[in-house]
Design a protein around this ligand. Sequence first.
Ligand SMILES: C[S@@+](CC[C@H](N)C(=O)[O-])C[C@H]1O[C@@H](n2cnc3c(N)ncnc32)[C@H](O)[C@@H]1O
Length: 279
Amino acid sequence: MSTATLSTDTLTFEYLTRFIREKSAIVLEPSKLYLLESRLMPVVRDNGLASLPDLVTALKRPGSRDLSQQVINAMTTNETSFYRDIHPFDALKTTILPELIKKREKERTLNIWSNACSSGQEVYSIAMLLREHFPVLQGWKVRLIASDLSTAILRRAQEGNFNQTEVNRGLPMPLLLKYFTKNGLNWQIKEEVRNGIEFKEVNLIEAWPQSLPAMDIIFLRNVLIYFDPPTKTNVLNKAAKLLRPDGYMFLGGAETTMNLDVKLTRESVGKATCLRPNV
Ligand SMILES: C[S@@+](CC[C@H](N)C(=O)[O-])C[C@H]1O[C@@H](n2cnc3c(N)ncnc32)[C@H](O)[C@@H]1O
């Protein structure tokens, strides 16, 4: 029996798992009970509380929005890296962007959404790829949008400040030297790259901002794994609606639409698998 089972009574566990699911769609299996304790005890302490049952009492009080946000921030898993699962980025470079640039030649607009962007490595990978390989886009209206539910991780993404371990994961040295400046022990993304990105708080299971434009490309990677099948289906169909008819969407390497009733068709582009809206 884990220490969490010993110290967390069933009602507390049930309340917290339901609360997290309702606010974020993240499903916590009973086997993940230890996560609840290890991630929420710092929140308990930071708020001068004594235990998880105390946290539940505080969450039930009116006006606990900030505490609620702290709980959700603590329960998100923010694993990410630069050019993660390289194939989608190769597909963008060799096939998708050349094709879309040709198609959008007249309107000269391109909208790309890095959803559930975590600390920003994904969106900065896209931004560097655009600069490196598609200088023609400098004269276009390119909207590069990065969003996440966690306000804490979104703040980190917006800062664009990465430690040595983070830049060692997937970022080629020439890109590090070209697009970052050394900042003490860390590396700071250059202003010119960061300025081109819009950061937004978006909870996938709530209403999406009206201001989101129709998208040419959506990255929706490594987030649906935390949701149950009906929520995955719902989110994917909402994203499909936001995609332009000839747009592309990417999921994480281990994610699939199998057994989900979605209005999207799988297509291979090089070694990447992408989803296209059914038209
Ligand atoms: C594992 S990271 C994925 C990061 C990046 N997309 C990648 O593939 O490297 C999962 C992210 O999903 C976010 N997330 C979890 N639930 C969410 C929700 N309901 N709406 C939006 N983002 C959510 C978390 O905050 C976390 O940053």
